[in-house]
Design a binder for this molecule. Structure first.
Ligand SMILES: Nc1ncnc2c1ncn2[C@@H]1O[C@H](COP(=O)(O)OP(=O)(O)OP(=O)(O)O)[C@@H](O)[C@H]1O
Ligand SMILES: [Mg+2]
Length: 394
């Protein structure tokens, strides 16, 4: 298996995630799904595996919507994806539809930037879905929309919140109209909740995804994490008999975060000699302290100003105060203690603002609540991220 942090793996090479995928199929039998998690946990790979090993009765279409900035582009992307997924559909029907589209689309969509305030796009989007239904021979159309929240965020910035709200409402109406034949799975590198929150602040969203179930991708199971580390170590100069111990050490230092497992093994590979057990901690330290930040920890800081400050000017700054404080503590901290500690840094801090930011940071997978004798306590969700935060910011 190739050491490839951040790259696209062949879905056959993926390790684990079978339980999560089985759960997602179970949900999709009855309703749509919003999958959220921190960046780089493996959402895209999970969704691609679902496409590649699709359950019978479904016709899956995977779309990466990162580069889609308008509703006409979304409609184009649906047609493009269908045309490129010819193996998923009965070829006679597909050919007939492609023939229809190639005569109609150029004048309808291609190259034309339709004004999204106009109702034309609603007709075109409804038509695109009618076409999909027509092709699928009673199977369920499954749209795997990766980076859908980012697309909404971009749409909101470019066209204003109304355009994003209208699209969400329209998609909801389509789900109702084709209740037994259409499923959406939304995922992406920013949580849908963040985008919905800022849309909510801007106008009236009517909880536009409350017919879908929201689930968080859990960390990879400990055995799967060890198996992944072992498979990657096979690519290094590690002595075969040492691989099981090295793999367990990596899993315990990193936790079930496959992206960081790839990175740590990549560091060990660069030693150009057989790695030893003590090299694992040094490899993790290298990731934490390297000014080039190869594992991209800085993203956790930067996204606060992009997505939190957009909602409330001072929320990003408050989140930093909380995280900087928490990183310096060795155990989960109860809310009253956290409030006191944060007030040392910012005496104007209000209880309610702290509670609100804790909720958002937990929804956003920075921190997680734990039960403690003193009530709910919070800590970083990932000890590795905490280690970086402490080393670089506290
Ligand atoms: N099941 C897996 N087995 C092996 N490696 C994995 C697995 N899942 C993820 N990875 C590793 O983690 C990296 C990130 O995975 P992926 O791109 O799917 O994450 P993501 O959650 O979609 O990230 P983003 O939020 O940035 O879109 C991959 O490039 C790969 O190196
Ligand atoms: Mg992804």
């Amino acid at each position: 298996m190739q050491i490839n942090p951040g790259g696209l793996l062949n879905t056959n090479d993926m390790v684990g995630r079978d339980n999560e995928i089985a759960r997602y199929w179970q949900v999709l039998k009855r309703q749509g799904l919003v999958i959220s998690a921190e960046r780089r946990i493996g959402k895209t790979h999970i969704v691609l595996k679902m496409r590649d090993e699709c359950r019978s009765g479904y016709v899956p279409f995977y779309q990466d919507l990162e580069a889609v900035h308008s509703i006409p582009e979304l409609i184009r992307s649906i047609y493009d994806t269908v045309q490129q997924s010819s193996s998923a559909l009965p070829s006679v029907k597909l050919k007939a539809y492609i023939a229809k589209w190639s005569s109609l689309l150029p004048s309808k969509i291609s190259g034309v930037d339709l004004p999204t305030g106009d109702s034309t796009w609603q007709v075109l989007l409804a038509e695109a879905f009618d076409d999909l239904m027509g092709m699928a021979n009673n199977r369920i159309i499954l749209l795997l929309w990766d980076e859908f929240p980012l697309m909404l965020h971009n749409l909101q910035r470019r066209e204003g919140p109304d355009a994003a709200i209208q699209l969400l409402d329209h998609l909801r109406a389509l789900r109702l109209r084709h209740a037994n034949r259409l499923r959406f799975l939304f995922t992406g590198s920013i949580g849908l909740h963040l985008v919905l929150r800022s849309l909510c602040a801007a106008g009236n969203t009517n909880d536009p995804v409350n017919d879908m179930l929201s689930l968080t991708v859990p960390p990879m199971a400990p055995q799967d994490t060890t198996d992944l580390a072992a498979a990657l170590l096979e690519e290094t100069r590690a002595a075969r008999p040492h691989i099981p111990d090295l793999a367990s050490r990596i899993a315990s230092e990193v936790g079930g975060f496959p992206y960081y497992v790839h990175h740590v093994v990549d560091q060990l590979d660069q030693l150009q000699r057989p790695p030893l057990l003590e090299d694992v901690s040094a490899a993790v330290d290298k990731l934490v302290y390297d000014p080039q930040d190869p594992a991209n920890f800085n993203y956790y800081v930067n996204r606060l100003s992009s997505y939190y400050a957009a909602y409330a000017a001072d929320e990003g700054a408050l989140a930093l105060v909380v995280l900087d404080t928490m990183a310096g503590l060795s155990s989960p901290v109860p809310i009253p203690d956290l409030l006191n500690l944060c007030r040392h840094r910012d005496p104007s801090l209000q209880d309610e603002a702290l509670r609100e930011v804790l909720t958002v940071l937990a929804e956003d997978h920075y921190i997680e609540p734990r039960k403690s004798a003193a009530g709910t306590a919070y800590d970083f969700r990932w000890q590795l991220v905490k280690r970086w935060w402490k080393a670089r910011r506290s």
